[in-house]
Design a protein around this ligand. Structure first.
Ligand code: FMN
Ligand code: SF4
Length: 434
């Protein structure tokens, strides 16, 4: 398969985080063309490219940019989401580590397109190394005139600030992120208004993922149509897919969308380790899990995932072999979500911890069969009733784990001892015994 790397093309070059080296290998080459275009033309190219946000929701980037009110007199902000806290997701960090100038170039292109003069990079607190590298790269870019006033004599000004998070998953949610930059608790806001209309400091704001923004220089240089030709109809361009869990070679690879998942696992991750494939979480832990059978006709594309009732999400896959205890695996996830719920919405605050406590009971062998159904009932009552998608991010895995791997859960259910006359009563009434 012939294709051009867009995001990882300079990863193999030693010291490419240094401006001098990055420049020798084509960094900032899109800027000359960028400044010859009108901002609206850049937005148009990104629309044509059908680039979808790589942060998880896959919202079309150009369409989102188009939501900024045309006649606004307020400043417009670009916030780059480098929080990358979704379990199983670990690719943004390598752009910041190995090619920070690609991200900075992407920020210049994206900010120019949306007529923003101030951009923030919100980086997760744990990424200390990446923060230091990015900070140095930004200093070098500023000194060389790529950031600041009148960039390369274009008349365009842009300042870029790095804001470090303090280790909360919810600050990756775009409005939680905005609150956090404003110096408040990272608690998501009710939408609408959407950030594109009223975001940071009450002004129009675009929040985009690191990878999304880093794709833009390629689109500026080659055009939206060229980007749209790569991958599949709905999933255009390339993506960095990450694999962790039971594989022989965990890692990340940049590929055009569309490859068969099993071929990808075999060719790049060198196959499933320790037994046969049992389950796959396709795009960060918030996406519904798939069985090995479902993976048989599954492709790395938004549309194929949707057809299988799941999402490509962040593209961070978690592979589980046949010896995986799905109850323990789910318990790890519910603990995470219950700890990370910001607590504003009752269905999320209470629901995530109920689920977690129920899983404790199941694992301790104290639960009854009814409690398996209760897991699903609670999950059903969390989704669509909260301010942000964290509740759904917990509910979806729970529902898919319990329905697709029910036998794993049933193994933990203790036999119910009820008096014989009660059993007889229940049989006569056609009621379940447990
Ligand atoms: C609980 C939660 C956590 C999120 N964490 C991240 C994150 O770490 N990085 C990210 O890019 N998007 C994250 N998102 C998605 C963002 O809200 C937002 O959709 C994204 O940054 C938009 O960028 P994109 O359009 O480029 O994908 C999260 C969403 C939710 C609900
Ligand atoms: S859904 Fe959960 S994390 Fe999101 S705002 Fe509500 S309580 Fe907070």
């Amino acid at each position: 398969m012939e294709f051009e790397l867009q995001l990882t093309k300079r990863f193999h070059i030693p010291n490419c985080n240094k401006l001098e080296v990055a420049l020798q290998h084509g960094a900032y080459s899109s800027l000359q063309k960028l400044f010859s275009m009108k901002p609206e033309e850049v937005v148009e190219e990104v629309k044509k490219s059908n680039l979808k946000g790589r942060g998880g929701a896959a919202f079309p980037t150009g369409v989102k940019w188009g939501f900024i009110p045309k006649d606004t007199e307020k400043p417009i902000y670009l916030c780059v989401n480098a929080d990358e806290s979704e379990p199983g997701t670990f690719t943004d960090r390598y752009i910041m580590e190995y090619d920070p100038h690609l991200l900075i170039e992407g920020i210049i292109c994206s900010a120019y397109a949306i007529k923003s003069h101030t951009a923030y990079i919100y980086i997760r607190g744990e990424y200390v190394k990446q923060y230091k590298i990015l900070n140095e790269a930004l200093k070098e870019a500023r000194q060389a005139g790529y950031i600041g006033k009148n960039i390369l004599g274009s008349g365009y000004d842009l300042e870029v600030w790095i804001h470090r998070g303090a280790g909360a998953y919810i600050c990756g949610e775009e409005t939680g992120l905005i609150e956090s930059i404003e110096g408040k608790k990272g608690q998501p806001r009710i939408k609408p208004p959407f950030p594109a209309v009223e975001g940071l400091f009450g002004c129009p704001t675009i929040v985009n993922n690191v990878k999304t923004v880093s794709h833009v220089p390629w689109i500026v240089e080659h055009g939206g149509e060229a980007f749209a030709k790569i991958g599949t109809k709905e999933s255009t361009g390339t993506n960095i897919f990450g694999v962790s869990g039971h594989v022989n070679q965990p890692g990340y690879w940049e590929l055009p969308f569309g490859m068969h998942v099993l071929e990808f696992l075999e060719k790049y991750a060198k196959g499933v380790k320790g037994g046969k494939l049992k389950a796959l979480i396709p795009g960060g832990s918030s996406t519904p899990v798939l069985t090995a059978k479902e993976c048989e006709d599954l492709y790395l594309s938004y549309e194929s995932m949707r057809e299988h009732g799941t999402f490509l999400g962040t593209g961070g896959m978690i592979v589980m072999n046949e010896h995986t205890d799905m109850v323990k695996a789910l318990k790890t996830l519910t603990r995470f979500y219950s700890e990370e719920s910001c607590g504003q919405c009752t269905p999320c605050r209470e629901g995530t911890s109920w689920l977690d406590r129920l899983l404790n009971r199941i694992l301790a062998g104290e639960a009854t069969m009814k409690e398996l159904d209760l897991l699903i009932e609670i999950a059903d009552n969390m989704e669509g009733r909260t301010i942000c998608a964290l509740a759904a991010a917990c509910a979806m895995p729970v529902r898919s784990f319990v329905t697709k791997f029910r036998a794993d859960f049933e193994k933990y259910i203790k036999p119910v001892s009820i008096p014989v006359h009660k059993v007889a009563e229940k049989i006569l009434k056609h009621e379940p015994i447990a």
